[in-house]
Write a protein that binds this ligand. Structure first.
Ligand code: FUB
Length: 353
């Protein structure tokens, strides 16, 4: 496989040497590489309301991470649906791993209180995808969207044995958020890139974002949610984009978050973000909001649930293996100017790392 193509998707691309049963095997490592304003103070009529910033507990929020411990999960995309529950759509690292090659069999998780999580079960596997590579595996970071009574599960999956040049963004649909998904083909007109994110704006217009290896693209989806409506455009203004694009909106501002190419002292991807007044940019780079975990990759989502914002991400703290990852969540706070404060990561005991 031409290294140049790998580098397009994953930078840096590392060649790792594993010693398995006395044989040397080579595995491509993919980094795809407040002030509390007194409520008794008088306000004049033309005083602009300033949202009350929350002072977070600098010891962390006490969440026990990872919050899924029976299987390995990564790349969490979180959404709140009409039933009032928060749903997480992660990918699934299969044990024993072979890089990211064997990832398969998505599970969905849900909660109504951020403490008690329900495994909704397996929703789609490579063998359900009739256009997919014959060897299966490579069911990478998915996302889910809802429109007009249908849930759309978007997932990156190669169509060919030569996986690196044959990525497609597949779509499966269901009338339920966490069961009965049926593969419906893939979105035509896209490049061989990964990590779809679908953001539905307040007016119902859906946008698809995807990318990897320093390229992030976005564009409109038609009402049917399975076809592009016009050209995909390169997202401008991002600094050190690597992969894992995610778009959310708060107070009329669009936020595009993503994993960067950080690689220092044995620590890898950080999560960065940029903002815009338009869903397709141009973007203004704002900073890092999650420092590196103990894993080679990171991939996250940001969502509001019951009045609190949350950052989802993954680490390798259960396995100590880069390819057996586990999904985590911590509270996320904004400053009064809309910038995001650094997320305080907590461990399995709920203690700040
Ligand atoms: O999990 C497989 C790939 O690794 C994802 O698509 C990337 O975002 C990275 O997490």
């Amino acid at each position: 496989m031409p290294m140049v193509l790998l580098k397009k998707l994953y930078q840096p691309v590392l060649l790792k040497v594993n010693n398995m049963n006395g044989k040397i095997a080579y595995t491509i490592l993919l980094t795809t590489l407040m002030l509390v304003t007194g409520s008794c103070s008088k306000k004049s009529n033309n005083t602009k309301e300033i949202p009350t910033p929350v002072i977070e507990d600098t010891k962390g929020d006490g969440f026990k991470n990872p919050f899924v411990t029976d299987i390995y999960t990564a790349d969490p995309s979180a959404h709140v649906w009409a039933d009032g529950r928060l749903y997480v759509y992660p990918s699934h690292d299969i044990d024993p791993p072979r890089g990211c090659d064997l990832m398969d069999k998505y599970h969905v998780y849900s909660t109504d209180d951020m403490v008690h999580w329900r495994d909704e079960g397996q929703v789609l596997q490579a063998s359900d995808v009739d256009w997919g590579r014959p060897e299966g595996g490579f069911m990478w970071a998915p996302d889910c969207a809802y429109k007009n009574g249908t849930y759309y599960l978007y997932f990156p999956h190669p169509s060919g044995t030569e996986w690196n040049t044959t990525w497609k963004i597949g779509v499966a649909t269901s009338k339920s958020p966490a069961k009965d998904f049926k593969s419906q083909g893939y979105i035509h007109g896209l490049e061989s890139l990964i990590d779809p994110c679908v953001f539905v704006d307040d007016n119902g217009q859906a946008y698809l974002y995807y990318g990897g290896g320093n390229i992030c693209k976005g564009g409109k989806l038609k009402d049917n949610m399975t076809e592009l409506d016009g050209e995909m455009k390169t997202m401008q203004g991002l600094t050190d984009f690597h992969e894992a694009s995610w778009v959310h909106k708060r107070n009329g501002i669009y936020y595009l978050s993503y994993a960067d190419n950080f690689n220092e002292a044995g620590k890898f991807n950080r999560m960065r973000y940029a903002t815009s007044t338009s869903p397709l940019g141009p973007w203004t780079y704002k900073g890092v909001y999650i420092d590196p975990t103990d894993s080679f990759t990171d991939h996250g989502s940001i969502v509001e649930f019951k009045g609190q914002w949350y950052a989802f991400y993954h680490n390798s703290s259960l396995s100590h293996n880069d390819w057996l990852r586990s999904i985590c969540v911590n509270k996320l706070y904004y400053n009064a100017d809309g910038t995001i404060r650094k997320v305080i990561q907590t461990d399995i005991n709920g203690v700040k790392k």
